[in-house]
Design a protein around this ligand. Structure first.
Ligand SMILES: Nc1ncnc2c1ncn2[C@@H]1O[C@H](COP(=O)(O)OP(=O)(O)OP(=O)(O)O)[C@@H](O)[C@H]1O
Ligand SMILES: Cc1ncc(COP(=O)(O)O)c(N)n1
Length: 278
C-alpha cells in the first residue's frame, strides 16, 4: 500500500490550535503521514500570541532538504512564514526540489492582531511563492493585501482572484470566513477559466482558532492522496465545516477547531470524544 505523505512549512502554536499542530492533526485524521518544517515558534494560546521567535532561514532550508532527500512529500502546504527571507528560502527549495502540489495559505495576522508575516514579506509572497504554488487560499483581508483590491462585492472578489492567478497560483480559493454574511460561509474557487462556489453554513461560535490552517492542510491531504484540486477543496470544506460545528470550548478565548469531528461523523465506533455541541 502506498502511504501518502504531506509536509507543512509553518509556525508552531504552543496552544495546539493553529500552525503546524493543526496541520499535523488534520493530516493524521485524513490518513496521511504528516511532516513539518518549522519556520517560527510562537508562544500562543486561545487568548492570543504572546511571543514570536522566527528561525534562521538556513534552518528552514535544511529541514526541507532533509525531508526532500528521504521522504519526498506528495503534497506541501505553507502557513506562517514570517519574514521575506524565509518566504524566499522556502520558495527556492520548493522549486529546487520540484514539489508541484503546493498549497499556499498566506497567513498574515493572528486573530488578536499579532503579525505572523512582516509587511515587507508580502511582495516576496507575490514574487517568489505564488509562482511555485498550485493553490492559494487567502481570507478576504489577505486577498486585499496581496492584490490591492478592496473586496466589497462579488465583482471585486472576482477581480482579486484573477490577479492572484496572474501572480502564478493555478487555483485561487478566496475564503468567506470574514465576509460578514450572517448565514453562509461560502468560499470562491477560481481555476483560471471559471468560478465555483464552495457553499458553507455559517456556524455561530467564537471557537474558530485554526480554521484557515485546518482548511488548507485538508486540501494538501486530499492532494497527497491523489484527489484533484476541486475534489480536495470539497473534502476540505466538509472537514472544516465539521471542525467548526464541533469546535472545542477550551481556554479563555477563541477555542480551537476540532480536527477529529469529521472522522466522528463517518466512524460511529469511536464515540464523540465527550464533545457537546453548542
Ligand atoms: N463561522 C464559520 N462557520 C462556518 N464556516 C466558517 C466559519 N468561519 C470560517 N469558516 C470557513 O473556514 C474556512 C477558513 O476560513 P477563514 O476565512 O476563517 O480563514 P482564516 O481567516 O484564514 O482563518 P482565521 O479566521 O482562523 O484566521 C473557510 O472554509 C471558511 O468558509
Ligand atoms: C503559528 C500560527 N500559524 C497560523 C496562525 C493563524 O491561524 P488561523 O488558522 O486561525 O488563521 C496562527 N494563529 N499561528
Amino acid at each position: 500500500m502506498k502511504i501518502a505523505k504531506a509536509l507543512t512549512i509553518a509556525g508552531s502554536d504552543s496552544g495546539g490550535g493553529a500552525g503546524i499542530q493543526a496541520d499535523l492533526k488534520t493530516f493524521q485524521e485524513l490518513g496521511v503521514y504528516g511532516m513539518s518544517a518549522l519556520t517560527a515558534v510562537t508562544a500562543q494560546n486561545t487568548l492570543g500570541v504572546q511571543g514570536v521567535y522566527p528561525l534562521e532561514e538556513d534552518a528552514v532550508v535544511q529541514q526541507l532538504r532533509s525531508v526532500g532527500s528521504d521522504l519526498p512529500p506528495d503534497a506541501v502546504k505553507t502557513g506562517m512564514l514570517y519574514s521575506a527571507e524565509i518566504v524566499r528560502a522556502a520558495a527556492g527549495e520548493i522549486a529546487a526540489l520540484g514539489w508541484a502540489k503546493v498549497v499556499v495559505d498566506p497567513v498574515m495576522i493572528a486573530k488578536g492582531g499579532s503579525t505572523l508575516l512582516q509587511q515587507e514579506a508580502v511582495s516576496a509572497v507575490i514574487e517568489s511563492l505564488l509562482p511555485v504554488s498550485l493553490v492559494v487560499t487567502p481570507n478576504i483581508p489577505e486577498a486585499e493585501a496581496l492584490t490591492g483590491v478592496k473586496i466589497t462585492a462579488l465583482h471585486s472578489k472576482l477581480e482579486a482572484a484573477r490577479r492572484l492567478q496572474d501572480y502564478g497560483a493555478r487555483y485561487v480559493i478566496i475564503k468567506g470566513g470574514h465576509d460578514g454574511d450572517p448565514d453562509t460561509a461560502n468560499d470562491l474557487v477560481y481555476d483560471g477559466s471559471g468560478f465555483t462556489e464552495l457553499p458553507g453554513t455559517r456556524i455561530r461560535t467564537s471557537h474558530t482558532h485554526g480554521t484557515g490552517c485546518t482548511f488548507s492542510a485538508a486540501i494538501a491531504a486530499g492532494l497527497a492522496k491523489g484527489l484533484s484540486v476541486m475534489e480536495a477543496a470539497g473534502l476540505a470544506k466538509e472537514f472544516i465545516q465539521a471542525a467548526i460545528q464541533d469546535s472545542l470550548a477550551i481556554g479563555g478565548g477563541h477555542g480551537p477547531t476540532n480536527q477529529w469531528a469529521y472522522r466522528l461523523r463517518t466512524d460511529k465506533s469511536v464515540g464523540n470524544g465527550g464533545i457537546s455541541r453548542e
